[in-house]
Write a protein that binds this ligand. Sequence first.
Ligand code: DAK
Length: 258
Amino acid sequence: MAFENLLVEKRGAIGIVTLNRPNALNALCQALMDELVAVIDDFENDAAIKVVVLTGSEKAFAAGADIKEMAAKSFIDAYKEDFITRNWERVTKCRKPVIAAVAGYCLGGGCELAMMCDFIVAADTAKFSQPEITIGTMPGAGGTQRLTRLVGKSKAMELCLTGRMIDAAEAEKAGLVARVFPAAELMVEALKIAQKIAEFSGPIAMMVKESVNRAYETTLAEGLRFERRLFHASFATEDQKEGMNAFTDKRKAGFKDR
Ligand code: DAK
């Protein structure tokens, strides 16, 4: 598949998608988001791909939704075309683990897209903000919700109400980012993490992801019940037998994704 706004690569079990609109700091136009849906669909359907890495350029992961494309939109335009919901949420529905590898600007919709991934690893050059208030709007792709769950109400309020930009160190301290690496090592480290996950059982990784995500959406009691059901279900997999037998036999497990 050839794309205008993305670079796509399959490296072993890892699907790498690079946002590629250098002249617009990877601003997330509709065409780019439609392409991203197609890529995630493809990775999801490809049994050889076990982990997805979503990244941008050294200068920008993404400087937000495309302001020039949005500027003239009326309510009825946005409502009728199901703006944002139609394609942006595909990333959140991907069943395979998705890692955002962020360098440079990660602003507005860019930050929201990164937060739709399972976790964010950042270069020490990364800069995060929800600056929508500075252009007369508000976060519209989950910024007020996901950021609040990640960093808590006080910090999310301050960031969304002021549009202040934070660096990678502050983002890590706040819980927005899982790990920070020197910029030159970002992709190497992101791919190492992806590879580590890819070597485990794919279905078990999917269960872990589903269960952690449940923590966002339900009560503790329901979340624990859900976790327990999946934990029990894991004993029906060949990979659970292999993993535990390999431990006993003092050998490396060979998972088969079954
Ligand atoms: N959209 C469109 N073009 C953008 C852009 C963006 N978000 N960000 C940058 N660009 C373009 C610039 O216009 C410029 O294009 P040319 O003028 O060269 O044609 C090119 O990228 C390079 O940008 P700069 O010349 O500005 O580069 P600098 O290094 O000087 O500045 C910057 C970098 C990141 C500080 C600056 O570009 C900037 O402030 N960009 C905008 C950041 C921003 O405000 N982002 C939030 C966008 S709002 C909603 C759902 C979602 C959203 C809203 C509503 N609903 C459901 C209703 C989401 C909204 C957003 O994300």
